[in-house]
Design a protein around this ligand. Structure first.
Ligand code: ZN
Length: 117
């Protein structure tokens, strides 16, 4: 499952940071999931405790929010936030010649850790 490998990658990423910043346990993790990222937050939620049980993320509280789409229009150079992922057009001039600036990401927005002295 796609989401399992994402959580596994997340563990690797956090483990690296943990070595650098000397923490041993994560208490809370807050993720940002882009509307266009293709990641299903419910699936992450569903597999999270199972995948993380023997890792630094074991027992951590998971939460997430979705990151809305933001596009930059190449025609009129305005940014807009289309709600419909299948209709990525400029809200001002309706041009389809756009660049996606936000909404494709899957990232850690916040991490609360337990630092042992
Ligand atoms: Zn435009």
């Amino acid at each position: 499952m796609h989401e399992v490998s994402l959580v596994t990658a997340l563990i690797d990423q956090i483990q690296e940071v943990a070595v650098q910043q000397h923490f041993t346990r994560v208490e809370k993790i807050h993720l940002g999931i882009g509307v266009l990222s293709g990641v299903n937050g419910d699936c992450i939620d569903f597999c999270f405790s199972e995948v993380t049980k023997d890792s630094i993320l074991s027992g951590a509280t998971l939460s997430y929010e979705s990151i809305p789409i933001q596009i930059l229009c190449k025609t009129c150079e305005k940014t807009s936030n289309p709600r419909e992922p299948n209709d990525l057009r400029c809200e001002y001039c309706r041009s389809g010649d756009i660049r996606v600036q936000r909404g494709k990401d899957f990232l850690i927005l916040n991490l609360e850790v337990d630092t042992e002295v």
